[in-house]
Design a protein around this ligand. Structure first.
Ligand code: AP5
Ligand code: MG
Length: 248
């Protein structure tokens, strides 16, 4: 099954980052993707760039984004399909902000299916809501204004949170405690993927991803890393018990 012993066995690593607004998905996508040697693809950033460029896509989504609602699934399918056609995704990708609805999850599955690929893991960055609000105050993005932020939380709970169960059922969900210093969250993400993390917190030179990730991922089964995390006693990090039980 995807995501078990050898995540790079099929020649790549296909990941998504799930989590509420301001949970740190963008921050972690950049850091983890650098370590893993796969591109971070943020649909939010792509849409904001389209808005700034006043492209047809930008004009279409500007108002929706300003209210905190989701752009429609068909538009997002086009955006993601086109982006995933680029050659840099050949060895995988880390999607930040997609999928966000059940139909989007199905679309992603279909796109990957057409490529003969599967998702390897869905990383859920968990942060308490009061911390999410505090982070918004510190950032000052337009859609962090209180009313819009509240709407983004509502939309997350209604449309995106069901994806947690969707990926849990497929044994792909990896829970990561996002209420930690940035470098520690990165370590936890890499650990959840079975990547050695001694230096995960360093911001130093770019890691050569594909080669670096290949051997740890290949040599360290996910279940082992999950057991290590669970043994460390951090609740909410990894849903290892159920996964282990199901595998037996
Ligand atoms: P998007 O840009 O994806 O927004 P979001 O999910 O609401 O997430 P954010 O980007 O606000 O937060 P983040 O989790 O990336 O956190 P960040 O790293 O920035 O989407 C925006 C809009 O685009 C949507 O509302 C929708 O309209 C549209 N859209 C996008 N994708 C779509 C899709 N698939 N379908 C339909 N519509 C779509 O961090 C947040 C802050 O916290 C920063 O200030 C950061 O410095 C700080 N921080 C990060 N980590 C930590 C930490 N560990 N400790 C303390 N502070 C931290
Ligand atoms: Mg973001």
């Amino acid at each position: 099954m995807a995501g078990e012993a050898d995540l790079t066995g099929r020649g790549g690593l296909r990941l998504i980052l799930l989590g509420p607004p301001n949970s740190g998905k963008g921050t972690q996508a950049g850091r983890a993707s650098e370590r893993l040697g796969i591109p971070a693809i943020s649909t939010g950033d792509m849409l904001r760039q389209a808005v700034a460029a006043e492209s047809p896509l930008g004009n279409k989504v500007e108002e929706i984004m300003a209210t905190g609602e989701l752009v429609d699934d068909d538009t997002m399918a086009d955006v993601v399909r086109e982006r995933l056609r680029k050659g840099d995704t050949r060895r995988g990708f880390l999607l930040d902000g997609y999928p966000r609805t059940l139909p989007q999850a199905e679309t992603l599955e279909a796109i990957l299916g057409e490529r003969g690929e599967e998702l390897d893991a869905a990383l859920l960055v968990e942060v308490p809501e009061d911390e999410l609000v505090a982070r918004a105050l510190g950032r000052g993005r337009e859609d962090d204004e209180e009313e819009v932020l509240r709407e983004r939380f509502r939309v997350y709970r209604e449309k995106t949170a069901p994806l947690i169960g969707y990926y849990e059922e497929r044994d792909l969900l990896r829970r990561v405690d996002g209420d930690r210093p940035v470098a520690e969250v990165t370590s936890r993400i890499l650990h959840a993927l079975g990547v050695a993390t001694q230096d995960a917190g360093r911001s130093g030179g770019p890691a050569h991803a594909a080669s670096r990730s290949r051997s740890p991922l290949a040599s360290q089964p996910l279940a082992a890393s999950e057991r290590a995390l669970a043994a460390g006693g951090r609740s909410g990090s990894v849903g290892a018990a159920g996964k282990e039980a199901r595998k037996r």
